[in-house]
Design a protein. Structure first.
Lengths: 395, 304
């Protein structure tokens, strides 16, 4: 019998962390992330989850303490949103540079000022260059499943993973979600490997000062300099695309659900036009694609699940032969255009693909986005020369 | 049992030749004696960006025989909390987690995460080595710099404000152990670190760490300068165990036998006070006296 529960994405995230047997949790409250941490705190206090729960005094400290706990070999979890995530920014870089398998949930929310508590993806997009793997989810089931996958990916490549899902749209909306049995999760996810040399008499110096050039250690072996270590992170991030894909396949073998790895497609087999998006907005794009097909435009959706590492190859393959690409996103690189559109154009250019690409910014600060609007905007991009614009905005 | 003579200290050195700290570094001596009091094989040190990072050397070579976890400037209290939680969660028992941060990393940018760690009763020791300024970056003003000191960010007027009373702030967390120490009194320092090691919960030791290049005195006077700080009551040696206050070492003798020297004696040997006026010396004297009488009173009362 399947264990189907009517739960929010926040509850799904808390269940996932608990199923993964996280050992140290540290978090600071911020809307809309709070229920995740409240539910985990209750699980720990009830004795259902054997973990240390640190009620830290800030997000900076939340990330600092889970990084340190991870360095001791513990499986760790934290979650944040918006300004809280921004307050972690220094520590996000530190986590990736430390090569610790930290997993966190980012419950996407618009960034102040001015204040908004509602959804967009500016918070996690602004963490794009911290060296984390970022995975975006369409629904609560994907949130639960992706968090379980995230631990496997992080512990395999020793790169932290941020699982992103839209605030309120998913975090506070109850939908049916299948909760895996813990035995299956144990089968899929072995205990956290201890990757540090914390042992008696060790003189380990973690994250020490490093010069630019390689230097010899006491035994005369050449050790990398700063740039070499950073290059290794970059290389490992790029090759983690394959591991994200592989992990999704392994997940499917145990649980019977696949989320497509770094990229997923909807009705792309015969498509002349494509809508590209991330998160719940990408789900909505599938409705817009259906309606565009009714209007005679053969349209599909290419969903970006892994935003970093950027699946350039897979996206170009999915978009091969397409005439129009309309990118819808809930973020903007201020002073230019949407971040996903920018990255996608670079990827297409590198592979000599020249579809029309339009960048559409939508739904900032929780402004409602309706499928009709998406379809209408995409139809414009298909029939006229594409323009970059913000949807449903009053200037 | 108080240590009576330097020859009673463990012979083994945990800081090997080749540290990158300056000659006559007050922190280096503090760390040397502290590690002897700890069990370095079962100690994990948390260190923010600071002189201590420099002391610990450049990868892949370290002169220090201890596990050291570096963390960003503001994060020391939180990183130590994470280490404690991570060790507990993974069943690694018997470790002492000790944070070593400077005054900038404690009084200023690190105060929030330190306060959080103390408030949560984190089972760790926090040593603040107070060299009264941002010495690693070249002697900028911190909230621990004394009034009247020239720093590179108070170059013309010298610092106008008195030192922040960080110890009172720490004490307000009602942790089981708060102490002050000085590398000029190594036995007192050693005994306090040893005592703190055996206490459960949050423990805080603030060490006054003279800095020859930052304060402007000859290297050979390091020990003398630390002693002078105690003799003038600019730095007072004490400990507070479960709220019970007592003066120790030189400060105890000063309270019992008198002979306190003047602040003028202390400032005259340091070029950082080259611009101090008579009025500022007077103010510093009054500030120092007020604290000293409070401490003597608390010592007599035997409680906070």
């Amino acid at each position: 019998m399947k264990d189907i529960r009517i739960i929010t994405a926040n509850t799904a995230a808390a269940i996932a962390a608990s199923l993964c047997r996280v050992q140290v949790i540290a978090a600071y409250p911020i809307t809309p992330q709070t229920p995740v941490t409240e539910e985990l705190a209750a699980m720990v206090e009830r004795g259902e989850l054997n973990a240390e729960y640190l009620t830290v005094e800030s997000e900076h400290s939340a990330m600092a303490s889970v990084v340190a706990a991870s360095q001791m070999g513990a499986r760790v979890f934290t979650a944040s949103s918006a300004n809280g995530l921004l307050y972690m920014h220094e520590m996000l870089h530190w986590a990736a540079g430390s090569r610790v398998p930290v997993v966190m949930a980012c419950v996407n929310r618009g960034v102040g000022a001015p204040w908004t508590i509602l959804n967009d993806q500016q918070d996690s997009i602004s963490q794009r260059d911290t060296g984390w793997i970022q995975l975006y989810c369409r629904n609560s089931q994907e949130v639960l499943d992706t968090l379980i996958q995230a631990y496997k990916i992080a512990e395999r490549v020793l790169i932290p993973v941020m699982v992103c899902y839209d605030g309120f749209v998913l975090s506070h909306a109850s939908t049916p979600v299948e909760a895996p049995v813990v035995e299956d999760v144990d089968k899929f996810l072995p205990p956290c490997p201890i990757f540090t040399g914390i042992s008696e008499g060790s003189y380990m110096n973690l994250n020490p000062l490093i010069l630019s050039e390689p230097r010899q250690d006491a035994e005369g072996n050449l050790r990398p300099g700063y740039m070499d270590l950073r290059y290794k992170l970059q290389e490992d991030l790029i090759s983690s695309l394959e591991i994200i894909k592989e992990t999704d396949r392994e997940f499917e073998a145990v649980f019977g659900r696949s989320w497509g790895g770094p990229v997923w497609s909807y009705r792309m087999e015969d498509a002349d036009h494509a809508l590209v998006s991330m998160g719940s907005l990408a789900s909505e794009c599938t409705l817009a694609a259906d309606s565009l097909r009714q209007q005679g435009f053969r349209t599909g959706v290419v969903g970006v699940r892994a935003y970093r590492p950027f699946p350039a190859e897979a996206l170009c393959k999915a978009l091969q032969g397409v005439q129009t690409v309309a990118v819808f996103e809930k973020d903007v690189s201020y002073g230019y255009m949407g971040a996903v559109a920018t990255d996608l154009k670079a990827a297409l250019f590198e592979r000599d693909l020249r579809p029309k690409v339009a960048s559409f910014v939508a739904g900032l600060g929780g402004r409602d986005v309706r499928p009709e609007q998406l379809a209408e905007t995409a139809a414009e991009a298909i029939t006229k020369r594409s323009a970059h614009k913000w949807i449903d905005v009053r200037g | 049992m108080a240590t009576k003579a330097a020859k009673e200290l463990p012979k083994e050195e945990f800081i090997l030749p080749g540290t990158r700290s300056c000659a006559a570094c007050g922190l280096m001596l503090t760390y040397r004696h502290s590690l002897k009091a700890l069990d370095p094989g079962k100690t994990i040190v948390a260190v923010p960006a600071s002189c201590m990072t420099v002391l610990h050397g450049v990868y892949p070579i370290t002169p220090v025989k201890v596990i050291c976890v570096n963390n960003p400037f503001a994060a020391t209290g939180a990183a130590a909390s994470g280490i404690v939680a991570g060790l507990k969660a993974t069943g690694k028992a018997g470790y002492t987690v000790v944070a070593f941060a400077g005054d900038g990393g404690t009084y200023d940018i690190g105060i929030q995460s330190l306060s959080g760690a103390l408030e949560r009763g984190t089972d760790f020791m926090y040593v603040c080595y107070d060299n009264e300024g941002y010495m690693n970056t070249g002697t900028q003003r911190s909230s621990a710099s004394p009034a009247g000191a020239v720093t590179t960010t108070t170059p013309i007027l010298a610092k106008l404000q008195h030192k922040k009373d960080m110890l009172r702030i720490v004490e307000a967390h009602r942790i089981p152990y708060v102490a002050t120490a000085s590398p000029s009194f190594p036995l007192d320092l050693y005994d306090k670190v040893r005592k703190a090691k055996e206490i459960k919960g949050s423990r805080y030791i603030e060490v006054h760490a003279p800095c020859p290049p930052g304060w402007g005195f000859p290297n050979k006077d390091l020990i003398k300068m630390g002693k002078l700080a105690a003799d003038t009551a600019v730095h007072v040696l004490y400990e507070i165990v479960d709220g019970k206050f007592r003066l120790t070492s030189r400060s105890l003798r000063l309270a019992e036998k008198g002979g306190k020297k003047t602040v003028a004696d202390y400032v005259k040997g340091q070029t950082r006070f080259k611009k101090i006026t008579e009025g500022q010396i007077q103010a510093l004297q009054e500030f120092t006296d007020r604290r000293w009488y409070e401490f003597m009173e608390r010592h007599q009362n035997g409680r906070s």
